[in-house]
Design a binder for this molecule. Structure first.
Ligand code: FAD
Length: 441
């Protein structure tokens, strides 16, 4: 069996490795546009901020080493520009030599990710505008900062990449304004949580411009819709990643309502010999079963495993995503899984909410923190539908425990009975997760 994988970063390099393990005698060709393969995209904001000093640490291996150690033909700086489903071939363009050639496949896997949406800004001429999706984008930002020594910047967009941008620019000593057209950062979370995050941003010196947008730019001055003027040396925008579905669309594969490539629970597109994974694939929501596209690394890795199992002949189904996610914001961590109050409202699902604010671990222990947890549960079945947490310690484990509870189809009341490990540095004899179960009415 000959397998071609398109895209060689998170989903692509992972699926190629997984297939080598699952189907040892297959011939695998991995094709990616970037010069690097499988680098740690998620670490890029921290390289920009200098927390990770050596950018090369994000790169696990080179194309040559990967190719040699895994027996996977790895073509970097190559782009697939069309798929011929009838002949089962792809057309490939070498971005350095400009040669084109044809490769045949038995199975084709698409992991093309997406590209950054670039905001249209009236009057932007001399002001540098950056986005962050690839290693090259990261290098461009670092080079600019090192060379031009800017003093100030504006971040457009208060999603998770936007807040990571802001934190890392503050770390570099830059005067940082964050512009968000909504009324808060991380709008996927409940307002009770984002109020805490907004305050954390302010306390750390980020100037927040909510319900606002740039009307026009004059020189280096941003003229805001709400009438304020902000002087900046550059702009970093994080206003969405658009799934890269062009070759899939051209090949006649179905694109769904989330603008992702439609797949079944084994990641097969409507052509059974073509699979799609990662940011560009449209999956389903764990709770509602409706189309959902999650642009996160765990999900790409899981989908890679599912494809490899299917090719091996030992299928494992993907039963929907909760969209579990976690972000560091200065001294705080914020995490969520499943549905927020807003998404439940828009789905018309009747739910109740239980919340708990308290210590992350024993108050008499020197290193104790605070944690705020919210859990939404079905009013009738009492099944947990979503959870959010923010705090300075232990947020990750609480959200992960609740994620496990959701996937184990536990009710909110079951949380009180969870036998969770305890000693003063880590928890209390009644863990905050237990408290949610005790408090739920
Ligand atoms: C700054 C940043 C921080 C992030 N932080 C986190 C985090 O903390 N946690 C988390 O879970 N997720 C995070 N993510 C998201 C995560 O990186 C993505 O979900 C993941 O990389 C998606 O994997 P993918 O394989 O779908 O796409 P990518 O990893 O984007 O890989 C797609 C590759 O395919 C190439 N390609 C596309 N079309 C073609 C073609 N026709 N021919 C050849 N090559 C092609 C692209 O150029 C690209 O190199 C972050 C993303 C960014 C940008």
């Amino acid at each position: 069996m000959k397998v071609i994988v398109i895209g060689a970063i998170a989903g692509g390099s992972t699926v190629a490795s997984q297939i080598r393990r699952a189907v040892p005698h297959s011939e695998i060709v991995l094709i990616g546009r970037d010069p690097e393969i499988g680098y740690g995209t998620c670490g890029m904001p921290y390289v920009i901020g200098g927390l990770i000093e050596d950018k090369k640490r994000l790169i696990g291996t080179t194309a040559e080493k990967f190719s040699e150690s895994k027996n996977i033909k790895t073509l970097v700086r190559h782009e697939v520009f069309s798929i011929n489903r009838k002949d089962k071939t792809v057309e490939v363009h070498n971005l350095d030599t400009h040669e084109t050639f044809t490769e045949s496949y038995d199975k084709l896997i698409l992991s093309p990710g997406g590209y950054s949406r670039v905001p249209e800004l009236n009057g932007i001429k001399n002001l540098p505008l950056f986005t962050l999706k690839s290693y090259a984008d990261m290098e461009e930002i670092i080079e600019y900062i090192q060379k031009e020594k800017p003093k100030s910047c504006a971040v457009i967009g208060g999603g998770f990449i936007g807040v990571e941008f802001a934190e890392n620019f503050i770390r570099l000593g830059l005067k940082t304004a964050l512009i968000e057209r909504n009324d808060r950062v991380m709008k996927v979370m409940d307002i009770e949580v984002t109020d805490i995050l907004n305050q954390e941003m302010k306390d750390n010196g980020v100037e927040l411009y909510f319900n606002d947008a740039i009307e026009r730019i004059e020189g280096k001055t941003l003229m805001m819709k709400n009438g304020v003027n902000i002087d900046v040396d550059f702009i970093a925008a994080s206003v969405g990643i658009i799934p890269d579905t062009k070759i899939a669309t051209d090949a006649g594969l179905s694109i769904g309502s989330t603008k992702g490539i439609v797949v079944n629970k084994y990641m097969q597109t409507d052509d059974p010999d073509i699979y799609a994974i990662g940011d560009a694939a449209e999956c389903t929501d764990w709770v509602t079963g409706k189309p959902k596209r999650v642009q996160l690394a765990w999900h790409a890795h899981r989908q890679a495993y599912i494809v490899a199992c299917h090719l091996e002949g030992k299928p494992v189904a993907l039963n929907g995503f909760l969209g579990s996610t976690i972000t560091k914001l200065f001294s705080l961590t914020a995490a969520m899984t499943g549905h927020s109050a807003k998404s439940l409202d828009s789905e018309g699902i009747a739910y109740k909410t239980v919340q708990h604010k308290g210590r992350s671990n024993a108050g008499y222990y020197p290193d104790h923190g605070t944690i705020y947890l919210r859990v939404h549960y079905d009013s009738e079945s009492r099944l947990i539908l979503g959870a959010q947490a923010v705090g300075d310690k232990g947020v990750d484990k609480r959200i992960d425990v609740i994620t496990t509870a959701i996937m184990g189809k536990m009710t909110v009341d079951d949380l009180s009975a969870l036998e969770l490990s305890y000693s003063p540095p880590y928890s209390s004899p009644k863990d905050p997760v237990n408290m949610l179960g005790y408090k739920a009415t």
